[in-house]
Design a protein around this ligand. Structure first.
Ligand code: THU
Length: 130
């Protein structure tokens, strides 16, 4: 089942706009009701203004109605088992619970599956702000 989410992330990676780093990344999010949202990294000549594949996928997820996240897949063309950057861990944790699965992939498929809770232990939680 996770293989099709990997394929969605890989397809998204084909759209990456990464002329500066030449490091294409793809991400895909599946909700518990089966919807899939994907994204690629998008870079900008003013380098800090670019953003990650996970962030693009989250934008699609929100625009598609949001909901409970079951699993997330991330893949990079040039890295065997990419892990989301710190900022994206925090962004993903805003919407994905500690039990949501995070599939770390290489070019062929899922290499390792961890939970969001394991990926961002002791993360800042914004409940008190609401
Ligand atoms: N990148 C992602 O898209 N996701 C990550 O989790 C790590 C890094 C992108 C950002 C930038 O476009 C390129 O990879 C090199 O850092």
């Amino acid at each position: 089942m996770s293989h099709d989410l990997f394929l969605a992330a890989k397809a998204a990676m084909a759209n990456a706009y990464a002329p500066y780093s030449k490091f294409p990344v793809g991400a895909a999010i599946r909700t518990t009701d089966g919807r899939v949202f994907s994204g690629c990294n998008i870079e900008v000549a003013s380098y800090p203004e670019g953003w990650c594949a996970e962030t693009t996928a989250l934008g699609h997820y929100i625009m598609g109605g949001g909901g409970e996240i079951a699993e997330i897949a991330v893949v990079a063309e040039r890295m065997a088992r990419i892990t989301p950057c710190g900022a994206c861990r925090q962004r993903l944790a805003e919407f994905a619970g500690a039990d949501a699965k995070l599939h770390l992939c290489d070019d062929a498929g899922v290499v390792e599956t961890v939970t969001m809770g394991a990926m961002l232990p002791y993360g800042f939680e914004g409940g008190i702000l609401k």
